[in-house]
Write a protein that binds this ligand. Structure first.
Ligand code: ARG
Ligand code: ZN
Length: 875
């Protein structure tokens, strides 16, 4: 049955210390010596049940007394019926076959490097343990291996000893003084290259920094090192948090299910979030690396020093840490552009979750497979909740609350209630109804109406919120939310706000209004003429805004809103309206719409890029097909959406024509590549202009792209050009794709870009192409990055082909999920999550998708991971 939050109780036993002795080899032997004692909060004399995952036990000894394995151990559990009622020692030996571990959980081999992934429940695949985050112990780890195969031996904490261990072998002992849950355990053995640097903390502790990568890749680790140093400095500066060990190591491996892992003092990364030089990585890759390196580093305080009591509290560390990394990136780059891209990601990944059968609370109250809850809801919506909390209580109370949190819960396993109690105290306010954000699924809709009274010279905004039901939650409560508001005059100037009595001092000062319940009317005085209300600036509340703005209002905001987020939002809203109307027209057999005014406004925004080209590039990026499908909500016809969007893009490209080429030419630079945000912004806008121009069917579009492709000296410009070429069905496209592959087939991370590009070509024979690509040598279903690049891109980034009316796109993805399930269940579950919005489709596609899901659910021997997703999707 499912695990429930309401059933939480402390363990009956605690583990104080763990001594691991790991002999890495073809068959690896692990000896674990645990010092246990009864938990004063547990049941006296209760049996002890340690978790195991598919383990092969060799022996178990309790206080020097050998135990009968047949009696106490199964692969899944080691049970001691009557443990001593005092402290005792348990020594357990297990045998592992890391090379056969394709699940990439526990101890496995990636390109011959021995590595581990223990979150959430991987440690039990190494040895029997109380595998839950509220059991915190001090770990000492001895690793032994062949000197030749694994000259590098790493684990958590500080290295305290190293030496010879018989012919050809050596060992190292690592000790981590900070008690930690076992999900933060890590070890590495391999023949790796490394780069090193140093960081001195604010209080003068010298920290040795190391980044370890596969042989021949170390020149690609320097940007990650710089990012790490920036993150360490930022956490001291903004949160007063210093690093707490003498060493901080990062290891990049090429087989990794998720992005990265914050193991204490030894972060392990998917190498795509570490490796970058101009010739291999795009600007977007650099930005991701900066943010993921920071994210994992920030976990040292929000996650490791203070961990989660149980896995229901996952958002305690993830939502908070995502919020911290978003703010870090905002400080390193352009705040506005960062906010826009974070909101784009939230809407693309989290809103559909909230609107479909996989909807769940940010803090779930039940789960069958915890790995399926590492979701956009827990991470990204979790971050939005922290951001809203801060907006409601203000900067000072937020940081006072965080300081309390660090002081009070350091070294502990905490809950969301613990976290919120610190802010309630710091802000002197009750946060009980705010806490509902964690307990209620679904995206609130905020309905806003404005009424101008010419005689009284007032403008009244009425805000009303409502959250539609989600599976298992029919009635919803109103949630306290911060709404940042500004008023714009017809001349485009900001109208000063005159405080009304019911406003709080914060509201008057910052224009961030609180919606404490279901509804509120806000009266603005001294407003002689009807203004345009710019509501939810900076996307202050994570809601869907429903507001009746006219096209002229939106055009005014596009040109004049002082809030860059809403300036961008106005363009998105206008484009969305146009395309949704066109979608309906196309389905009715009529012509799509075009708006000269919108195209002109967009042209001006692109030409007026001086201040911030990255922002202009965001303006140029029209809402995606998935964005439109989500906004349409039901009876979705992905083909009509595709045609509607194509019509608008093509129309803009035709209408703006040479003006796009002018901006493109002006942004050309001969300077050497630098990944900084300003240079990246210019490249982004340049690519966006080329993309729109080529969409306009100009005879020379392909030539310009081909020239850029051939001359590019960095991957960003090369991929920008190849993306444009890949959307033009010409022989040039195939030549360029072949050329690219031959140039880069030695580098899997670049081949992945080539896979994704082809998987997202919106043409009828793309599925055949993707099927062909799954058969080539460079593809491998056992490597998560390959699967995400080809299958993930097809299922999530090619709505036209995935949703082919024949159902063959669905069948292909569902069959592959079944195949992957036998290799790596977590990856299979992620692949199948592409079906999360199937119920919103028009009736025929819905039937096809349902049948594909049923085929999965009827298949024999599903993993718990895949079964959980398919059952919830169909429920
Ligand atoms: N804690 C990691 C991070 O967000 C994610 C690891 C999750 N891994 C998993 N297999 N569920 O940084
Ligand atoms: Zn995280």
């Amino acid at each position: 049955g499912p695990t429930r939050l309401a059933d939480y109780r402390p363990t009956d036993y605690l583990i104080d210390t763990v001594e691991l002795d790991v002999r890495l080899d073809e068959t690896t032997r692990v000896v674990s010596r645990l010092r246990l004692r009864p938990n004063p909060l547990g049941r006296a004399g209760a049996p002890l049940a340690l978790d195991g995952g598919d383990l092969k036990p060799l022996r178990a000894v309790l206080d020097n007394q050998p135990l009968d394995l047949a009696e106490v151990a199964t692969p899944e559990r080691l049970t001691i019926a009557e443990p001593p009622r005092r402290a005792f020692t348990l020594e357990i030996e297990t045998e592992l076959d890391p090379a056969a571990n394709t699940r990439l959980e526990g101890l496995y081999r990636s390109n011959n490097t021995w590595c581990t992934q223990c979150e959430a429940e991987g440690f039990r695949r190494i040895t029997y343990y109380l595998d839950r985050p509220d059991v915190m112990a001090v770990f000492t780890t001895r690793i032994e291996a062949s000197k030749e195969e694994a000259p590098i031996l790493l684990s958590n904490g500080n290295r305290v000893e190293a030496g010879e261990a018989g012919p050809g072998r050596h060992y190292a002992i690592w000790r981590d003084p900070h008690p930690k849950p076992c999900y933060l355990f890590a070890l590495i053995g391999g023949d790796l290259d490394s780069i090193h640097d140093e960081f001195t903390t604010a209080s003068g502790r010298k920290v040795d920094l190391g980044i370890y990568v596969e042989k021949g890749k170390k020149h690609r680790a320097y940007y990650a090192m710089q990012s790490l140093i920036h993150a360490m400095r930022w956490d001291e500066f903004v949160y007063g948090r210093e690093y707490d060990l003498d060493v901080f190591n990062i290891v990049a491996v090429s087989d990794f299910t998720m992005g990265a892992m914050e193991n204490k003092g030894l972060n392990i990364f998917n190498d795509k979030y570490i490796l970058a030089v101009a010739e291999t990585a795009t600007d977007a890759d650099y930005a991701r690396i900066e943010s993921v390196v920071a994210h994992e580093y920030f976990h040292n305080w929000t996650g490791n020093r203070i961990t989660c009591r149980d896995w229901f509290q996952l958002c305690l560390k993830e939502g908070l840490t995502v919020y911290r990394d978003q703010e870090f990136s905002g400080d390193q780059r352009s705040r506005a552009v960062q906010r826009i891209s974070d909101v784009r990601a939230l809407r693309a990944a989290q809103f559909p979750e909230d609107a479909g059968p996989l909807a769940h609370n940010v803090r779930p109250d039940t789960y069958r497979e915890i790995n399926n809850f590492y979701t956009a809801t827990v991470y990204e919506k979790g971050a939005e909740i922290v951001r809203m909390l801060r907006a409601l209580i203000g900067h000072d109370a937020y940081h006072a609350g965080m300081a309390l949190y660090f002081e009070r819960f350091d070294g502990k396993a905490a809950t969301i209630e613990d976290f919120l109690s610190c802010f309630a105290e710091a802000a002197k306010r009750d946060l009980a109804s705010f806490a509902q954000w964690y307990a209620q699924a679904g995206t609130p809709r905020l309905h806003v109406k404005g009424v101008h009274d010419a005689k009284a010279q007032t403008y009244t905004l009425t805000l009303r919120q409502e959250t539609p039901p989600t599976p298992g939650q029919t009635t919803k409560k109103p949630l306290p939310m911060p709404i940042r508001i500004g008023l714009i005059g017809r001349d485009g100037a900001e109208i000063p706000m005159v405080q009304d009595e019911p406003w709080s001092a914060r509201e008057a000062k910052f224009g961030v209004f609180e919606l404490p319940g279901a509804e509120r009317a806000i009266v603005f005085k001294n407003v002689p003429t009807p203004p345009v209300a710019s509501v939810n600036r900076r996307f202050s509340a994570a809601v869907i805004l429903e507001m009746d703005l006219s096209e002229d209002d939106l055009l005014l905001m596009m040109a004049h809103d002082s809030d860059p987020f809403n300036k961008w939002q106005a363009a998105q809203s206008l484009a969305t309206r146009l395309m949704i109307r066109s979608t309906a027209a196309i389905r009715a057999g009529e012509m799509p719409e075009f708006s000269e005014k919108f195209a002109e406004a967009l042209g001006r925004a692109l030409e007026g890029y001086e201040g911030d080209p990255a922002f202009a590039a965001q303006m140029a990026a029209l809402p995606s097909e998935n964005d439109l499908a989500r906004d349409i909500g039901c009876d979705v016809d992905p083909e009509a959406i595709f045609l509607a969007r194509k019509a608008l893009r093509d129309g803009i490209g035709r209408r703006l024509g040479q003006r796009l080429v002018t901006v493109y030419d002006k942004l050309h630079s001969d300077a050497a590549y630098s990944p900084d945000a300003a240079s990246a912004g210019r490249r982004a806008l340049r690519s966006a202009c080329l993309d729109l121009y080529a969409a306009g069917n100009h005879a020379d579009g392909a030539d310009i792209a081909l020239t850029q492709f051939q001359r590019a000296t960095n991957m960003t410009d090369k991929m920008g050009a190849l993306t444009v070429l890949s959307r033009l069905p010409t022989p040039t496209r195939e030549k360029a794709l072949d050329f690219f592959f031959r140039a880069h087939c030695q580098e899997p991370l670049i081949t992945d870009k080539w896979f994704s590009l082809q998987a997202t070509i919106p043409e009828p024979d793309t599925l055949a192409r993707v099927k062909r690509l799954t058969k080539i040598h460079a593809f491998n279903i056992a490597t998560p990055n390959r699967v995400y690049a080809l299958i993930g891109a097809f299922a999530n980034g090619n709505p036209l082909c995935f949703n082919a009316a024949s159902g063959e796109g669905y069948r292909f993805v569902a069959d592959l999920a079944l195949e992957i399930d036998r290799v790596n269940p977590q990856v299979a579950a992620r692949v199948l999550s592409a079906f999360r919005s199937w119920r919103n489709l028009e009736v025929e596609r819905r039937a096809q998708a349902e049948q594909a899901l049923k085929n999965v659910s009827d298949a024999p021997k599903l993993s718990p991971d895949l079964r959980d997703i398919v059952q919830r999707a169909l429920a």
